[in-house]
Design a protein. Sequence first.
Length: 280
Amino acid sequence: MFKWMNLFRGFLMGICEIIPGVSSGTMALLLGIYDQFLGAIGHIVSKHYKKSIIFLLPLVIGMGIAILTMSSLMDYLLTQHTIPTHWFFIGMVLGVIPMLFSISNYKVEFKAAHYILMAATIIILYWLSTVNESGTSVASTDISLIMLIGLFFSGMLASAVMLLPGISGSLVLLIIGAYPIIMRAISEFTSLNFEVVPLLVATGLGIVSGLLLAGRGIQFLLRNYTYITYAVIIGLLFGSVFPIYPGLPDTAGTWFWSIVSLSAGLAISTYMGSKNRQSI
């Protein structure tokens, strides 16, 4: 049955994917659909493909609507209210960590190796956050076959990563330099500039390919290396704070709104996690 509520869930996940550092996998976890989301992706090329398509279709539509309609608002918030907006995102990420610790039964299952792996993941995310984030604008670059191939593989990598709670596909695109090109292409397309369609098609095909390849892989890890995977996911959540961190506020007003934003993000994330607690 087509679940209309998944349109809204997909919309929230789509918003996450246009924000470097915030993972749609984290949002799926908070919404209580992470295991269903992975399962549907993993079975889309099986005999259960009809059920998978029915579940994923409203999510995909919702995500598409969010990406097309919210890019401008996110750009405004990140440009005009940078620090409070980023502190809200930090609150959203940190709020899900207690739920992950709880469902991973860390007091019983985690050994020294798990904490070492968690720390290594955090260090890697910190290093990635320091990588040069410059990219090339589509407005100053001719569309070529090499560019389209590059965007295909960029979309594949980003979509595979976005299935994991903690690190976003848009952050990966930012690190490898594809994010400015794709964001500009989306903006141009919404302005009815159809010359950028090849860029969007190449990226979209890469995203679909990455989802199909990664879905089963992550399910395999969760099923066979459960607590190692939990440790990595928790490390990803902690580590994803680094690329989001905007620095400390510099005025009393910014301090106030940053504290309010952080508290709101923590409250929303904690509440959603408590309502949708599940083993992933």
